[in-house]
Structures are given as structure tokens and as C-alpha cells.
Design a protein around this ligand. Sequence first.
Ligand code: RM4
Ligand code: MN
Ligand code: MN
Length: 419
Amino acid sequence: MNISNHNDALLAQHTRRLDFLKSEVNLPAGMLQKLKDFQIAIPSWALGTGGTRFGRFSGGGEPRNLEEKIADVGLLHALNQSSGAISLHIPWDIPTDPAAIRSLAAQHGLAFDAVNSNTFQDQADQAHSYKFGSLQHVSAATRKQAIDHNIEVIKHGVELGSKALTVWLSDGSCFPGQLNFRHAYERTVDSLREIYAALPSDWSLYLEYKAYEPNFYSTTVGDWGASYSMVNKLGPQAKTLVDLGHHLPNANIEQIVSILLMEGKLGGFHFNDSKYGDDDLTAGSIKPYQLFLIFNELVDGMDAKGMNHAKDLGWMIDASHNVKDPLEDLLQSVEAIQIAYAQALLVDRAALESAREANDVVRCQEILQAVFRTDVRALVAQARVELGGALDPIALFRQEKMRDQLIKSRGAKTVATGL
Ligand code: RM4
Ligand code: MN
Ligand code: MN
């Protein structure tokens, strides 16, 4: 791929835009470096076209195995220099030769972010069904099977150099009366304690919550309150993971983020966007202002604790759908996240704080919206170019007909494991 030719052709336009931005806003010292350091992990389950329960329309050239998934993420990273990690879902992606997988990833400059367990589907060879839950199950044998699976996932992660386990449970109930809420909660915590006990000392356990689906009456880890109370019982290595699509409509996610962060219990993110439920749409495609407000709280809260923006939380995408090229979609998600982050870095926090102290509500809104309406794309592009990436990753992906090349080498009828 010829990145420098591509960049040369766009350079004059880019410089004009960047100069304009610099003439309009004061860029805080170190901002460009922060943007360069910020890496977002790509989920191994989103590299193929996502389906819904009504169907799936494969686009061709989808990765047929873990090696090809790593190659896809490597391609994204070469284009944007900001997706330097991959998050695996087990057993969708079992690294059978971890040393080889690790070195392949290293060749692409990729690290392994959190590994994800799966106790929401039954596998062909499994003894006990998860139809009525996994860690909450009434049967101790089923719970043990799910616990053992999570411990197995940790082992895979250790071999790859991951440092976190993400647990998302579909456990819950579909009808009133089906479940004893207290017992389900207690059994889940007891099971999680056993998983927690198997964590290496430098690992984290992220407990993801979700309001509903596939259970439609109750979900045992259904909101941040349930997750927060559980991770508090487990210990310091356990934290809550926020997936942006997992709230009831109109939830104030930025406030949830702010409080979890303040309490030292925010572990990381699954970025995506949604209109109705867990839609898993491209980050920033529906509610970009919300994404900005979330990053505004993140920057504020992390700075208050002296945290490293790039390293102290887990930044992951969890998006997947039916209609776009998955690689183009992921490039869009990464850029939307970077834009929101860059804008949050531009907020004049001293001015905002004094407007708040003066109860100047209008001024508070003006400060935030002035930043949100600033076009920071040239700055994000500059960070990319300084790292060796493309000025316009999607344009280059199309110019070089990268999807056609993938179809040629992998075939038109491939289907990737995942959602
Ligand atoms: C869930 C949740 C998990 C993801 C699965 C595939 O809704 O978001 O993070 O692993 O989907
Ligand atoms: Mn998720
Ligand atoms: Mn989800």
C-alpha cells in the first residue's frame, strides 16, 4: 500500500485545514502526543459482516481464521496507526499456537487487549446447557463448567500477553417468577469469586452489564449498579465495563462514567452507537454529542486522578452490523472516538469550572458546544500522519481496492466467526 503517495496528494489541503484550526484554537501542550498514544482495540468478532436474527449478508473476503483476522487488524493499524490491539472472543477465536499468533500480531505492531469469555452460547461438545444461565445457574455443575471456561480463557490470554478478562453474561430470565433474583445474584457473585481467584496479579476482570437481550424480563448483571456492587465484592482487580449500547433508552451514560471513574471502578469501554437498544452501530454515527460528553467526563475524571489516558482504561470497540464493509466501518469508529477524545482535550476546564461555580448555565453550555462544533479532523489526521498512517484511511482503502484484494485471496463466500 502506498501511503506516502496518498499523503503527498492530500498534503496541501491537509496543511490548509490544520493551519486554520491552529489559528482558531489554542492547542494545549502535549495534545498531539496524547492523540498519538491513544490506541483502540479492535474486536475479533467484528471483522466479518454482522448478522441479525433475520439474516446475514456476507460481503466477501471475510477472515476465515484468527491469522486472517490479525491480518485485517494489521491492515487497519497500518492505515490509521491507532488500532494497535485486538480483543479476542473465546471460543470463536482460539489461539491453537499462541507463540505463532503472538509473533504474527507483533509483526503487525499489535498487542492483545482483554480476552472475552462466552457462556451465552452452547458449544457442540459441552456437557451442560446455558439455556437457563451460566454463572447464575441453579445447577452447580453448570456453574462449574462456566467458571472453568472463564479460567481457560484467562490461560489463553496469559499466553498472548493480555492483561484483562471481560465477562459479559446473558444470564437472567424471560418471564416474571422464573428466577429468584437474590439467588441468581448470589450465585453469580460466588461464581465470579472463583474466576477472580484465578486472575494473575497484574490482570483485571471487567464485568460488563446490559439491560436486556437475550433475556427480556430480567438480566442479572443488568445495569451499572449490579456490576458495581459485584466488582466491589470481588476486589481491587475487578472493575465495571461500560458498553455504550447496554443502557435503557435515555440513560445518562456520561454521568455513570463519571461516577464509576471517581470510585476507581471504571475498567474500560465497548464503543459503539445505537438508536434503540444494543444496536452495535458505528461509534459516533447516531449520537456524536453523547460520545463527546462521555470523553469530556473521562478526560476530566482521569486528570483528577493523574491517570494515563492511553493506558489506565481498556479502550475497545464492540460494533458489528449488516450493511457496511466491516473494515471501513471500523476505520469510521476509530476516527469518531479520536475526534471525541481530541475535542474533550480542548475543553477549557478552568473556564468551565468557574462558570459552574457562578451558576452560569448558559456559559457552561457555550464552552462545551464551542468545542463540540470545532472541526478537529485535521489534528487527528496529523497525529496519524506523524505515526506513518494515511491522511484519509478510507479513501486509501478504496483507492487500493483492498476489499477486492481480500476477496481475491480469500474468496467471495467466506464467513468469519463472531456475531
Ligand atoms: C454482547 C456484549 C458482549 C459481546 C457480545 C458478543 O451484547 O456486548 O460484550 O461480547 O455481545
Ligand atoms: Mn460489549
Ligand atoms: Mn452488546
